[in-house]
Ligand binder design. Structure first.
Ligand code: MEV
Length: 421
């Protein structure tokens, strides 16, 4: 069943018991018995109480492991935290088809985040804008004095950009502070810097500062992934053509693009949550980036290569960290990062872009061939069987019967259970 201990190409994982699955993950990665015991229980309420306000409990969602991923030549098992059925299986299937042609190849930019400073009430905007540009080095020095550790690691404020914008009744200057945040998500570092710059900005422009905050449109922190999906595995040319026809709607129509990109985020958010990152930040950045050309569109694109295989590409902002934030204190996020065996935010971005592409491929492939309900049905049928009162031994029998009959309903589940008694 397992090709070798460090290969992510594992078939039949879903048929194993949870204990057997954990054993395989343990052999693949560097997790301890303590990690495993943490995995099995909810986080301490006392820890939860330090994370947010007014805590009364914790909320559990499942962590599944996606198989078959090869990313830049390295095999990865990918923990995904999601409540949605079929997501983990779909990502694993897509990765299996992609690995035939070498898996996912990625390209990740420097980890540059943008902080915005909004300056209002400026009498002479061109003069104020020039004054800011002239004092760039001084401004960067003030920003970098806020985070010596980041600067020591080779990061810190690197540049500024000055924009002039207007509403119907007001002109304003918006300064972008460009900060290399290294392995952090960067919100804290950037927000501290832009707040510290308020006095110098007021002095230079003779205006007043209103907003000083990070932008989630992290369009200088871009992750790209590419993969070739094998023609034969996809059932030949007709299925590739069907795929491209389905995809074409997402490239021209925002109604479809929103759903298409939602499918991408099914995979991405699951890794973001599993690693303790901020999924709202990633969502905001991804959707804003999808609309960067003036019309909301697909974050992926597809074409055929000269052998007729399908080539998929994804490009989106990925503002994630492996240090700081909830990911550094939440035991399950720490555990998931160990499984991923990542040493940098860049490596996490490579995984996130690859999973997004895999998830999107799987959804569009299913939609353009059998539809997605077929894949969803067997887990859905198990849920219905469970709700109808099936025990562990009855669950699969009831679910399989309902799927076979194409009649997955609570009343039918109850009837089947009754007939078994
Ligand atoms: C469902 O969670 C996601 C899909 O709707 C994505 C898509 O339509 O591409 C299946």
């Amino acid at each position: 069943m397992v090709a070798n201990e460090k290969s992510s190409k594992i078939s039949g994982f879903y048929k194993l018991s949870i204990e057997q699955r954990i054993e395989i993950v343990k052999k693949f990665s560097d997790i301890s018995d303590e990690d495993i015991s943490n995995l099995k229980k909810p986080i301490d309420l006392s820890l939860a109480d330090t994370m947010i306000e007014n805590v009364i409990g914790t909320f559990e969602i499942p962590i599944g492991i996606a198989m078959n991923f090869t990313i830049n030549g390295e095999d990865k098992l990918i923990p995904m935290a999601t409540e949605e059925s079929s997501v983990v299986a779909a990502a694993s299937n897509a990765a299996k088809i992609a690995r035939i042609h070498g898996g996912f190849k990625t390209e990740i930019s420097d980890p540059l985040m943008i902080g915005q400073i909004q300056i209002l009430g400026v009498k002479d905007i061109p003069k104020a804008a020039s004054a800011i540009i002239e004092k760039k080095q001084e401004i960067l020095k003030v920003a970098n004095a806020q985070d010596k550790i980041l600067v020591g690691l080779g990061g810190g404020a690197k540049d500024i950009e000055v924009r002039i914008l207007e509403t119907s009744n007001q002109e304003m200057i918006v300064v972008h502070l460009i900060v290399d945040v290294r392995d952090a998500m960067g919100a804290n570092a950037v927000n501290t810097m832009v707040e510290a710059l308020a006095p110098i900005m007021e002095e230079l422009t003779d205006g007043y500062i209103r907003l000083k905050i990070l932008s989630n449109l992290a369009d200088k922190r871009i992750a790209k992934a590419k993969a070739v999906f094998d023609k034969e595995q996809m059932g030949g040319e007709k299925n590739i053509d069907a795929f491209l026809e389905s995809y074409s709607l997402a490239s021209i129509d925002p109604y479809r693009a929103a759903t298409h990109n939602k499918g991408i985020m099914n995979g991405i958010d699951a890794v973001i949550v599993a690693t303790g990152n901020d999924f709202r930040a990633i969502e905001a950045g991804a959707h804003a980036y999808a609309a960067r050309k003036g019309q909301y569109s697909s974050l992926t694109k597809y074409s055929k290569d000269e052998s007729g295989n399908l080539v998929g590409e994804i490009e989106l902002p990925v503002a994630v960290g492996i240090v700081g934030g909830a990911g550094s204190i939440h035991p399950k996020a720490k555990f998931c990062k160990k499984i991923l065996n990542i040493q940098s935010a860049k490596q996490l971005s490579e995984i996130i872009a690859s999973v997004g592409l895999a998830q999107n491929f799987a959804a569009v492939f299913a939609l353009s061939t059998v539809g997605i309900q077929k894949g969803h049905m067997s887990l859905h049928a198990r849920n219905i069987a469970m709700m109808a009162g099936a025990n562990k031994d009855e669950l699969d029998i009831v679910a399989e019967k309902m799927v076979k009959e194409g009649n997955v309903r609570m009343d039918r589940a109850k009837e089947i259970l009754e007939s078994m008694k």
